[in-house]
Design a protein around this ligand. Structure first.
Ligand SMILES: *Cc1c(COP(=O)(O)O)cnc(C)c1O
Length: 419
């Protein structure tokens, strides 16, 4: 098995019949090699069809841009507070700080791993008591594709009349009671980064509730140009529109989106079957049928008392690459561990899997435990901190075959056996 290729968490996967290249070629043939054009318009239309509910979609150059413009669209500005899920990737919260606003981190509930409605309400009331104002927006995340409890989060947003932003970057194709995530709040965020459900190489989209909002978001995404024959600006805009070349890839990817989602779900099912009788390993799955996850990544927890091969050496050496292989960008560190990190057996499992050419990763480190956010208020019961210590992600997606899943499960069994 030495010639095995590395099995990555989630790799981009193009259509078999080269649809992406066809549309990209069209962009070249018609000389639309710019951040607007026929591919962008058609991609937006097909996204609108996919999410339904009469929503309007703006294609952007990243999911992070989409979060940024959603906040702007909710009127968030310097000094405001925004309640955001702590258990997430940094792209959910960083744009809050781009605007000079303050993230208020909300903890997770045990069953969905997403924002805990009770903690959200507690935070809203406490912020009002402390600052005299309600938070300006609520931003909830569908972690690894799992929906949050839409009914309960929406009810709180309505009760206090605070706009809801759904960061569905990982939840494209996930539904709550049959309706697509990203269509419940004032705005919904999608990402087409290389590792997401579909890719445009890099890109994102903002789901808007009406045509006027879409226009306004497009205006902000194109440097906020007013209608004059020269450049006239009444607001600060951004250069966030998706390129017509990237949108060509996106149009091609829309032809395989349903197949991708079905495959992620199939892989999840296989893991559940094959890992069901492995003591100490628990796959995270939908708490009830309302939560229709796309299962972007398979996630699991490992009991703290499970011994993993090589565990005694965990965190002994400083890692010299950044997680996610961020294009070779490394910010060197001077210690091998931090005061909040996955258990030794999780780190040992990661290394064991790596030695078998399998990429396994820790869960997202909660944002309220990130040094950069040490000043930010947080409202949590510690659920996400505990999950971060015991959880890990396994490869999923269109490039992961049934045989790969068997091999991955076999490797997990080897890692925790022989104790
Ligand atoms: C991927 C992701 C985003 C957006 O990221 P981009 O790489 O900028 O497209 C936002 N939020 C979450 C939770 C994500 O996983």
């Amino acid at each position: 098995m030495t010639d095995r290729k590395t099995i990555y968490l989630c790799l981009a996967h193009m259509s078999e019949d080269g649809q992406e290249q066809k549309y990209v070629q069209e962009a070249f043939d018609t000389n639309w090699v710019v951040p607007l054009g026929p591919n962008v318009n058609a991609f937006e239309q097909s996204l609108e069809q996919f999410v339904g509910q009469g929503k309007h979609v703006v294609a952007l150059n990243s999911g992070t841009s989409a979060v940024h413009l959603a906040l702007l669209g909710c009127g968030v500005s310097a000094g405001d507070e925004v309640c955001v899920q702590s258990f997430t990737f940094c792209a959910s919260s960083h744009p809050i700080t781009y605007l000079g606003a303050k993230p208020i981190f909300i903890g997770s509930e045990k069953d969905s791993w997403n924002m805990d409605p009770q903690l959200l309400e507690k935070a809203i009331l406490d912020r009002k008591a402390k600052t005299g104002r309600y938070p300006k927006a609520i931003e909830v995340v569908s972690l690894y594709g799992m929906p949050y409890n839409v009914d309960r989060i929406l009810a709180i947003a309505h009760k206090y009349n605070i706009p809801l932003i759904e960061d569905a970057a990982e939840g494209m194709g996930s539904c709550w009671k049959g309706r697509a995530l990203g269509t419940f709040g004032r705005f919904g965020v999608l990402s087409f980064n290389g590792n997401k459900m579909i890719t445009t190489s890099g890109g994102g989209a903002l789901i808007c509730s009406d045509a006027a909002t879409k226009d306004k978001i497009m205006w902000y995404a194109t440097q906020a140009r007013d209608a004059y024959p020269y450049y006239q600006h009444t607001a600060i805009g951004y250069n966030y529109r998706l390129s017509n070349v990237s949108a060509g890839i996106g149009r091609g990817q829309m032809t395989v989106l349903d197949a991708h989602i079905a495959h992620h779900r199939h892989v999840q099912q296989l893991y559940q079957e094959l890992l069901s009788n492995v003591p100490g390993v628990h796959i995270h799955s939908a708490p009830s049928p309302e939560y229709e996850s796309n299962y972007w990544l398979c996630t699991a927890i490992l009991d703290p008392d499970v011994k993993v091969q090589g565990q005694e050496n965990a965190y002994k050496e400083i890692v010299t690459t950044a997680v996610g292989g961020a294009a070779g960008v490394i910010h060197a560190v001077d210690s091998a561990s931090t005061d909040c990190q996955p258990n030794d057996n999780i780190e040992a499992l990661r290394l064991y899997m790596l030695s078998k050419k399998i990429e396994a990763r820790p869960l997202w480190k909660p944002m309220h435990k990130q040094p950069v956010y040490h000043d930010a208020p947080s409202y949590t019961n510690g659920v996400e901190e505990e999950l971060f210590k015991v959880g890990f992600c396994l490869p999923a997606g269109p490039c992961v075959s049934d045989d790969d899943v068997s091999y991955i499960v076999q490797s997990i069994k080897e890692a925790i056996q022989s104790n």
